[in-house]
Design a binder for this molecule. Sequence first.
Ligand code: GLY
Length: 353
Amino acid sequence: MNRRRFLNSTVAGIAVCGLSSSGQGGVQGGGRPAVIASANGLRATEKAREMMRQGADTLDAVIAGVNLVEEDPKDTSVGYGGLPNEEGVVQLDSSVMHGPTRGSGAVAALESIKYPSRVAKLVMERTDHVLLVGEGALKFALAMGFEKQNLLTPEAREIWLKWKRELSPQDDWINPEDRLPESIRDRQKKKVSRMLFNYGTINCNAVNDKGEISGVTTTSGLSFKIPGRVGDSPIIGAGLYVDNHVGACGSTGRGEANLKTCASFMVVEFMRRGLSPEEAGLRVLKRIVENTVEPYLIDHNGRPKFDVKFYALNKRGEFAGTAIWSGSKYAAHDGAKNKHYEVSYLFKREKTG
Ligand code: GLY
């Protein structure tokens, strides 16, 4: 199913565009079961679907899926290999929700533990609390048998050092390539040319053939954040929300925007009122845009300089990925095939260059 739809409303005086130009946006699935994740979760959706096929619980399935990314040193936005805070320390956030038992658990600013999603599940299962943070979260993880390890990979350390030395032209930090002859310098510079500020995260949600729904979000958070900064990912209702009667939604992108709007909760509430996952996601993204008034966060057209993405599914197994800006993808397994889809979006990103 692929419902094309264009929203006629405006946001801050700007026309809102409905679907991606490729036409791959819209509502997908609908024949239960389904698994949806952020674009970095294609292996996660495959793994979760396979486990569900073998009878695994939906929460165990999505956690096993995101564990593949948490342990992957090449993903610099999650778990081991995640980019550190401004002091070079990796601090992780995660939350889980289990629809059938209405359970929730979360950890924030957790250091030295590779699988924060597993710790979040244990908070849900083994305590009467929902959220543990910092030192307390680490002590809890150690008590549960997790082992401490250094999560800062050499690649993430190099990216952090580059960020540090480019903070100010007036300090004593230098780029090693600046010592090199010009011809070699250009080659070296390309090696570390990547977007430095990174809100990357993985969210994964699933519904099985019995209509049981669960979700997980896990992240190293905003790169080079102030130590102790907590984003939306471990906050129930902001970076993740599951209602077993309705559906699930999780998010990636600027956590502060989701924290201020209880965004994932609102997406699920709009689905409860009958909106599709796509309509609900776009509706909440519009709310975020309307509430973004800080001059440093908006461009000359009044549009956010950042992105927020939602990954939503409902109890029927319909799903959609939505974003403020065009051009990104999400991963989903519709029960038959596992692949990337284009997000539906509010604004078409202009081509540069
Ligand atoms: N959405 C991830 C974060 O802001 O930390």
